[in-house]
Design a protein around this ligand. Structure first.
Ligand code: IVH
Length: 679
């Protein structure tokens, strides 16, 4: 891979993990892995400034919050911190501060725990809590005031005499004990469990219903100030004291010292006691103590120059790689798993580690039989770091990555630009089936009530439901040899009847719901609707997808002409409809389910209902808004001009599409004419 490609790849990966972490509260990799990606990115940016992209994650902080909460713009941005991972890197940090301040004499540094929660800004006016906002993208966060008011450790009014305006910043967290209890309750209620206390805290704080937040034991540590109407301290220590005097908890213990050895001793001490703490920490934060110096140091891009996080290292060990197994995830992603000679890593026996994907195996160059280094960070899956070159045994054999799914035997394909290989088996692949079945019955898909994750899994395990069609055979089969449903725990006759009724009610289904329910990759509700309106019936869609296998066919061109269907979505659609298993599955399913023909939404007497329009050139409103408006009025928006196009709306600097319209004699409208037409 070239550096440029690797760089682009890193940006995409980091963005993906940012979204998983910040928006979905569901990270897939450890903080240490994430930091490694960021470090690799930073290294490339430092060595190849010409490659630095405008959308580099270094130019943004965190990510925008998910909808549902009002946005609040921070009076003072909430930035993040740079990291150091070793004593040497701490020395570099201190030297840089000294150099920046042009200072020979020592300066005090305050060190305290880095709490692994999520940061919050609390605004108090005249001592009263006005609002609470999450960090969001650093500039603008989410208004979580109602939820924060349920947290006991956050005072509604500041104690003592407070300034007119004071913003207190700190970390919301959940204790390890509360986290374990919450997950236990989630499990019992058949609800998803949280990966770690941080995610549990984030998920709890971002509940739209503050009654739920109130039931979650959230706590808060204050450690910094935002906007202030008057100065309240000269040092970071003074800030801590103030925050405490206003009625908050602050992380303890802490030290102030100008001596790097003392700072490192403190680091050592905290690290050793880390596992006994009631809450998770992921390192220390060092802050220059003198606020005048802090002000002089200021900020650089996304972090202050006057503070740095000293992260705890991941724990490593050496062991033998006995085998590599391929795991198939719920979305069909193939993941290589290293099967290890069990080894003790920081007090935990480890027998498996992740190898991420096939490129990673190539990059590491590991072979089965090699002695490898593995590392474990916190509570996440250990990972393989590399192998010992001089210990490679004679019989070490390279691993051949499979191109078929080890679970169902279907082709496993890797799309261009993707790192993962995926099984194309879809609903017939056992690994994917349960999750797919869940999707199939979910509210926005087939909408079959009463089929939660647990019951689907049960049906799968006992063999009563192995495919969507089985759901519709369930009642009939019940009369045969299967354990009657009402003998199952928690099922009475009435709940069984309700389930069968809910299934029966969906024997006749709207086309777009049916398409969405199939769980074809990249085909969400919006795309399903577009396909439904474009093809009109399921038979027409299926026929077109089989014809579109030939990329020179009209069916292929027609598919790509649907707004939002790019080559990659087209690939997934064609792949799905041409896979033998899926053809059989659809045939079976449609014996029980009648798929309605698509009914165009009632758009009254819209002058453009059913018309195909193409937008080109620069318009006054955004292209997305123009499309949405046309679609609301029942028009189809296409990406290219053909003889089927009714109108081309040409903005400024329209080029080839305008020319084509003129050649074909398609009616061309200016933006003003278009707006007049649609009223
Ligand atoms: S001071 C300008 N102190 O760590 C930023 N931050 O990874 C000053 N954090 O965004 C932050 N414990 O959310 C500070 N004792 C502590 C902290 C702490 C946790 C968080 C904070 C920050 C993130 C950076």
């Amino acid at each position: 891979m070239s550096t440029a490609t690797r760089y682009k790849h890193l940006i995409a990966e980091i963005k993906k993990h940012d979204a998983l972490y910040h928006t979905q509260d569901a990270p897939e990799i450890s903080d240490a892995d994430y930091d490694a990606l960021r470090r690799e990115l930073n290294k490339i940016e430092a060595e190849h400034p010409e490659l630095v992209a405008t959308d580099s994650p270094n130019k943004t902080v965190g990510s925008k919050g998910k909808s549902g909460f009002k946005k609040i713009k921070h009076a003072i941005p909430m930035l993040s911190l740079g990291n150091v991972f070793s004593d040497e890197e701490l020395d570099d940090f201190l030297a840089k501060v000294a150099r920046f301040l042009n200072r020979g004499e020592p300066f005090d540094v305050l060190a305290e725990q880095k709490i692994d929660g999520l940061s919050l800004s609390l605004r108090y006016e005249n001592g009263k809590l006005i609002y609470a906002a999450t960090r969001g993208d650093g500039m603008e966060g989410e208004d979580v005031t109602a939820n924060v008011k349920t947290i006991d450790e956050i005072p509604q009014s500041l104690k003592g005499n407070a300034p007119k305006v004071a913003e207190i910043r700190g970390e919301v967290y959940m204790t390890k004990q509360a986290f374990a209890a919450l997950n236990k309750a989630q499990e019992e209620a058949d609800k998803p469990v949280f990966a770690n206390p941080r995610n549990a805290a984030a998920g709890s704080l971002r509940q739209l219903d503050s009654k739920i937040t109130a039931q979650r034991a959230l706590k808060f540590y204050g450690y910094a100030l935002g906007e202030l109407s008057e100065s309240v301290a000269d040092t970071q220590q003074g800030i801590r004291d103030k925050i405490e005097s206003w009625g908050f908890q602050v992380p303890e213990p802490h030290v102030v010292s100008s001596d790097r050895d003392s700072l490192l001793k403190f680091y050592q001490r905290i690290q050793e006691g880390r596992s006994k703490l009631a809450y998770d920490i992921d390192g220390l934060v060092y802050k220059v103590n003198d606020l005048d110096l802090q002000e002089r140091l200021g900020f650089v891009s996304r972090a202050p120059r006057w503070a740095v996080a000293h992260k705890f290292p991941a724990e490593a060990a050496i062991t033998r790689l006995n085998d590599i197994q391929i795991q198939v995830g719920r979305t069909g992603a193939l993941t290589p798993v290293a099967i290890l000679e069990p080894v003790n890593v920081g007090g935990v026996m480890v027998a498996r580690a992740t190898l991420h994907n096939e490129d990673e195996i190539d990059r590491l160059g590991v072979r089965i039989g090699d002695m490898i280094t593995i590392q474990r960070a916190g509570d996440v899956i250990p990972q393989v770091l590399g192998y010992l070159k001089d210990k490679r045994p004679a019989g070490a054999r390279p691993f051949k990555y499979p191109h078929t799914c080890p679970v169902c035997g279907s082709n496993a394909i890797r799309e261009e630009g993707e790192v993962v290989r995926r099984c194309t088996g879809g609903l017939i692949c056992a690994a994917q089936a349960v999750e797919r079945l869940r999707h199939f019955v979910s509210r926005r898909a087939m909408d079959i009530d009463g089929l939660g994750e647990k019951i689907i899994q049960e049906f799968w395990d006992d063999g009563s439901v192995r495919s969507p069609a089985d759901l519709f055979r369930l009642e009939e089969k019940q009369k045969g040899s299967l354990t009657p449903l009402n003998k199952r725990e928690g099922w009475g006759d009435q709940s069984v009847r309700n389930l069968f009724d809910a299934i029966d009610a969906r024997r006749n289904i709207e086309l777009d719901r049916f398409i969405y329910a199939l769980g074809i990759r990249q085909v969400g509700e919006a795309t399903a609707k577009k396909l439904a309106s474009h093809y009109g019936s399921f038979d027409a869609l299926q026929k077109a997808m089989i014809a579109a296998k030939d990329e020179s066919s009209e069916a292929f061109a027609d598919l790509l002409n649907i707004n939002d269907v790019g080559p990659s979505v087209a690939d997934d659609l064609i792949g799905f409809f041409n896979e033998d298993h899926n053809i059989a599955l659809l045939k079976d399913l449609r014996r029980y389910v009648t798929v309605q023909e698509f009914e165009a939404p009632d758009v009254g007497d819209s002058p453009v209902a059913g018309k195909t329009v193409v937008f080109t050139g620069a318009l006054n409103i955004s292209r997305d808004e123009a499309k949405a408006q046309a679609e609301r009025l029942g028009a189809k928006v296409a990406g290219s001009v053909s003889s089927k196009t009714d109108y081309v709306i040409a903005g400024e600097d329209a080029g080839s599409k305008l020319k084509k319209a003129q050649e074909l004699g398609v009616k061309v409208l200016s933006e003003t004419e278009w707006l007049a037409l649609i009223g």
